[in-house]
Design a protein around this ligand. Structure first.
Ligand code: DGY
Length: 327
């Protein structure tokens, strides 16, 4: 039987690429040059499967122009906001993602941001590194305690729940807003309080963590009006997708002191970061590192391979993305 021809848009972990070359006729991107639409289409000519990542725009126009031979888009990543799912469905192209294997890593990074912002860790590290620290004083660089605070998690899928488990260890109380309420046993385990109204939850929290997928429904979910519900001492952390928060509205409120601080791993127009964010002291900015561990990325590669293999063997891949996804 012929090996499936697989078009890969970015450089993947070496073990993933080696295994792909054994199992498939893999068209890799050895120098990791970002590909535009024309490059992706050229790579897909005569291919069976496209393997994109979050840096590719797989929109309706690109999907319409894909050759008929492409039957599967096996995304390397859990978020699929960069893929027009309706356009793929209209061409009966299946889409898969890589859920589950980056949950713990993303939750770890979320906690790192949730601690770093109130404790002014990056601001302090910057001061120490520039040699400008003049010594300890009783009032030097005071931040805020997280123990005893209320954390509102927006999106209580796998990652949201993993954040909640960790936050409980810091004595933080857990609140959440989600499309569906959790099963009572999980709510009980996490001692989590469900808020049907996001607006109400926002108004009562000290810390906010964004952990929902970006979909047309969650785009700018945290718009100016919603951000105005937050208390001035609130800190907001986003390790999901930049488009869920109106970045310009967030910047305005951070500058004005209407929100105390933000920890951001994702941005509306990556890799560009709003220039005003770069000038603020009350933010911690990381460059989309949520799933960036060797272990996580290798496991993501493994999922992509299993999805392609299952599909090309004539079975329904386990990680098939339908209308909505849980991260
Ligand atoms: C994910 O898997 O969604 C990561 O953010 C990278 O795309």
């Amino acid at each position: 039987m012929n090996k499936p021809v697989v078009a890969v848009t970015r450089k993947l972990p070496p073990v993933t690429e080696t295994r792909m070359m054994e199992l498939f006729e893999a068209r890799l991107n050895e120098n990791d040059r970002p590909l535009g639409a024309a490059d992706i289409l050229a790579k897909c000519d005569g291919a069976d499967v496209l393997v994109p990542t979050v840096t590719d725009v797989i929109d309706a126009d690109l999907i319409a122009a894909l050759p008929d031979s492409i039957r599967l888009i096996a995304n390397f990543g859990v978020g699929v906001n960069h893929i027009d799912l309706a356009a793929a469905a209209a061409r009966t192209i299946q889409v898969t993602n890589t859920p589950g294997v980056l949950t713990e890593d993303t939750a770890d990074l979320t906690i790192a941001l949730l601690l770093s912002v109130p404790r002014r860790l990056v601001e302090g590290a910057r001061l120490a590194a520039t040699g400008k620290w003049t010594g300890w004083t009783p009032t030097f660089m005071m931040g805020h305690r997280v123990t005893g605070k209320r954390l509102g998690i927006i999106g209580m899928g796998r990652i949201g729940q993993a954040v909640a488990r960790r936050a409980r260890g810091f004595g933080i109380s857990i609140h959440y807003h989600n499309r569906r309420r959790l099963h009572p046993e999980i709510e009980e385990e996490l001692e989590a309080t469900y808020w049907e109204s996001l607006d109400q939850m926002l108004a009562h929290m000290d810390l906010i963590s964004v952990n929902c997928p970006q979909t047309p429904d969650t785009y700018h979910l945290l718009n100016a009006e919603r951000l105005d519900k937050l208390q001035p001492h609130a800190v907001i952390v986003n390790t999901a997708r930049g488009g869920i928060i109106d970045e310009a509205a967030l910047v305005e409120r951070l500058e004005a002191g209407a929100i105390a601080g933000a920890g951001l791993d994702v941005y509306e127009n990556e890799p560009a970061i709003h220039p005003k964010l770069l000038a603020l002291d009350n933010v911690v900015l990381s460059p989309h590192l949520g799933s960036a561990t060797h272990e996580g990325r290798i496991a993501m590669g493994e999922k992509v391979i299993i999805n392609i293999k299952t599909f090309s063997d004539g079975h329904v891949p386990l990680d098939r993305v339908l209308d909505g996804i849980d991260v």
